[in-house]
Design a protein. Sequence first.
Length: 266
Amino acid sequence: MKMVDTRELARVLREVAEPGADEAVRRRAEQLMAEATPAEVSAAEQMLIEEGKAPEELRAACDIHLKLLDRRTAPLRAGLPEGHVLDTLYKEHAEILGFLDKLDGLAARLEGKSSRDPLDPDNALLVHLAEHLVGAEKHHLREEQVLFPELERRGVDGPPRIMRLEHDQLRPAKRRLLELARQLAGEGGKGAEDQAALAALRREIVRVARFIVFNLRDHIFKEDNILYPTALQTITDPGLWEDMRQRCDRVGYCCFTPGKRPTTAA
């Protein structure tokens, strides 16, 4: 694969982020993204960050190429040894995506309900899903305390900065979903006034759930297809990866981490 001019890539991403970007610019961005490696994408993002581009703007610019990267990184995932830091992170993402699929379906069902059934299994399912999404904190902490700093030491600042921003945006939403889920599971009122409150509660649950589903899926896609491949290309010392794995062990794992003993949530 030929090298992509990262300055040209950064320029096109900057133009795509502008309101009213025309179709020719979008086609050029798609072409460059199809040719670029994860490291080249990261370098272009870093240029925009250094220019003063806000992470929120950069997120919008990067969305155009996400699906182009999925097929390219599948062999990378399959080639990781069992227990590698990235192998564990990828597997946790697969678990989290399963929770999001269930949450998406549950939100759709919740919209169509007009009465309260204390025995409705969706009440318990919602609490279970919200608890597991909040319980993913150890996953995020391993990224923030182990993986991201190693990338930043090697000059890869943009992607970790964006991912931290998204972690911070998602944390309160996940905690809010758990609070609402527990309210729904414990709601026992009757009468028209309580029915109105129950309807409002369900609307809020659907709103928060859909925010989480959309944004966390997008976040995982970017980590799987940009940040993790960039880390594998940038951190080449096997001994350092083993040291990172030991540091990850000290941070701890989630209750759903495949093959790992869970650690008490932070």
